[in-house]
Design a protein around this ligand. Structure first.
Ligand SMILES: Nc1ncnc2c1ncn2[C@@H]1O[C@H](COP(=O)(O)OP(=O)(O)OP(=O)(O)O)[C@@H](O)[C@H]1O
Length: 350
């Protein structure tokens, strides 16, 4: 995902953004960010607090303007747009929020009708009814936000964001205030909308599980820079950057068990020792009994220390942390790599 503007739903082209500080200096919120969001995808941007996610997302509907570079939505330069052109771009970009941002004085129907009223649309009622049906709230259409659960409020937020038939939906931590079960139902609704309407969804999150469950493409942002971007499956199976690895450790069994973490050293000690390696199984190899082959064909016994099988979209992959005789480590890794697995030496235990 580089800054290729051809056909992308959203293109960030060498974006920089600085904010003035109280003491007169500048905060660099974003530096040289280039990213293309393919149309019709769900793309996730993950980063820690303060990484620059919100600033980046808010540029897509012109709530923030870049200090340098361009943001294109459907080929139109958002930062340069003013007046009627900016309003037109904004109609193409819906947004949902962590805290829903509903009007407490309006019912479910009233909240969903609002963007249509602002746009001066006619014959609003059937459109509102259709949107309410899509998000499964027909029975609750006359309730006020205070009478709804968090998940129901987010459904109202989604219906409201869809009211003007946008081409792009921005999601700002839309499930962060919800419990895990409700998160799943809201993510399933977003996936359904993406599928049925062909809508491009760009979401920001600090949870790798959200990216895993819904996003086909992803980018990792750290300190205002994109450190890794691509297809979610590729990044989950071959993470390159330490920040990506640290996000992944929460969801993929990549964490060393405590009894090994306390003893592991980076350099192989003299004498007999065990090499600790992480093996990533992907695609067609995901379920192959490679470890038993290692033992039966090469005669190398393997201790399994930790592991998990994951799914990214429809694709399975697994991570195992194993230890084996350090003397045979190179040979074992070469064998596994020859059979399509990825290995990484994590260290040694004497
Ligand atoms: N209006 C502003 N004025 C000054 N600094 C700002 C402003 N908005 C953001 N920043 C700074 O820019 C950086 C990026 O902030 P941003 O809100 O984009 O991060 P984030 O990744 O969305 O974080 P979080 O997950 O905590 O919301 C931070 O250092 C923040 O303090």
């Amino acid at each position: 995902m580089t800054a290729d503007t051809s056909g992308a739903a959203i293109t960030f082209d060498k974006i920089g953004k600085s904010f003035p500080k109280k003491d007169g200096g500048l905060v660099m919120a974003l530096e040289d960010v280039s990213l293309s969001v393919p149309p019709g995808t769900v793309t996730g941007i993950i980063g820690r607090s303060g990484a620059g996610k919100s600033t980046l997302l808010r540029m897509v509907n012109g709530l923030e303007r870049p200090t340098s570079g361009r943001v294109l939505v459907g080929g139109r330069d958002v930062g340069a747009a003013r007046g009627a052109e900016l309003r037109e771009i904004r109609r193409d970009v819906g947004m949902i929020f962590q805290h829903f941002n509903l009007l407490s004085s309006r019912t479910v129907q009233g909240n969903i009708a609002l963007p249509l009223e602002i746009a001066g649309a006619r014959n609003i009622a059937p459109r509102v009814a259709e949107l309410i049906h899509r998000v499964g709230l027909t029975e609750l259409r006359d309730r006020y936000p205070a009478e709804l659960s968090g998940g129901q409020k987010q459904r109202v937020g989604i219906a409201r964001a869809l009211a003007t038939s946008p081409k792009v939906l921005l999601s700002d931590e839309a499930t962060s205030a919800l419990d895990p079960e409700t998160t799943q139902t809201v993510l399933a609704l977003l996936a359904e909308i993406n599928r049925d309407l062909g809508l491009t969804i760009l979401l920001i999150t600090h949870e790798m599980a959200v990216v895993r469950d819904i996003a086909s493409h992803m980018a990792v942002i750290d300190g205002g820079r994109i450190v890794e971007a691509g297809a979610t499956y590729d990044i989950f199976t071959h993470p390159q950057h330490p920040v990506t690895r640290s996000f992944l450790s929460g969801v993929t069994g990549l964490v060393l068990p405590a009894f090994i973490a306390g003893k592991i050293v980076a350099e192989r000690p003299p004498g007999s020792s065990q090499e600790v390696i992480r093996i990533t199984f992907a695609g067609q190899y995901a379920t192959d009994p490679m470890l038993s082959l290692l033992t039966s064909q090469l005669g190398i016994p393997v201790n399994i220390l930790a592991g998990a099988i994951e799914e990214v979209g429809p694709h399975p992959f697994g991570n195992l942390i194993v230890s084996l005789d350090a003397e045979r480590g190179e040979e074992a890794r070469a064998y596994l790599e020859r059979h399509g697995l990825t290995t990484e030496v994590l260290g040694y235990v004497g």
